[in-house]
Design a protein around this ligand. Sequence first.
Ligand SMILES: [Zn+2]
Length: 300
Amino acid sequence: MQIPAGRGTVSPVIRVEPYDIASVVTGAIRLDGGAMFGVVPKVLWSEIAKPDELNRVHLSTRTLVAVDRTGGRVVLVDTGCGTKWAPDGIRRYKIEFDPTAIDRYLQTLDLSAQDVTDIVVTHLHFDHNGGLTEWVDESGGPTRLRYPNARHWVHQRHWDHAHRPHLKDRGSFLKEDFDCLADADVLCRVEGDQPSPPFEGVEWFVSFGHTPYQLHPVFGVGDQKLLFAGDLVPTVAHLRLGWVMAYDVEPMRTIDEKRIVFRHALDEGWWLALPHDPSTGGIAIEGTPERPVVARALDL
Ligand SMILES: [Zn+2]
């Protein structure tokens, strides 16, 4: 595997045939530490993720950028919090979002937002895909897609859930993040528990514990693969099998799904890309599915 030098605000690029893949930090968010670590006592998690005065822990928001030059494909996975936030929300979560972060990285490859061919929407929580849309004019008015040329891949059953969320998780879905997608010609609805691959070099892994039908892309053909772990493993701290978020709708199922992912990573050498870790965009692991540890991390 070829890992060239880093590029400023992105992790070093991983070569996973036929893609060059990087993790771009689009911003940051602070979420309640208790919510991030579920039943884990604060005395344990606070040693790893130091909370601020409001008990919030600092998280990055990351977009995976995968480029297949030969196949002419530019893929984004998740798009961060976006620009549609009012001051109250920004204060509550201390949201930072750099609307030019992805564009700047694409520029280093002589690409632009117009060249993005596909967006994988792992799930529609606001911290993952608020960046799909922006206000056309003023706050609260109509929205438009930020990547109008890209096909937007969303699991149909997750799409349905996002439109009828449960009381427990409805605060995580903001309709303005995805409403205008319904009428756009770019929505690609993924179906089934084991969906067929969308295009060359990508397969789907579907999980249910964090949110119904979270869609994880597995990049690569042949020996090298990389899975975007999404909110199944948001940070390195969540490598601990039992450390799952209170946000999860089925936390015990999350644990089972993490075990499956870790087994793949260990047996087949999969890299795991993490959406929220402040220090690393991707890791290789060693150990066992019950007690995985970082073997290699891509530092910012
Ligand atoms: Zn989530």
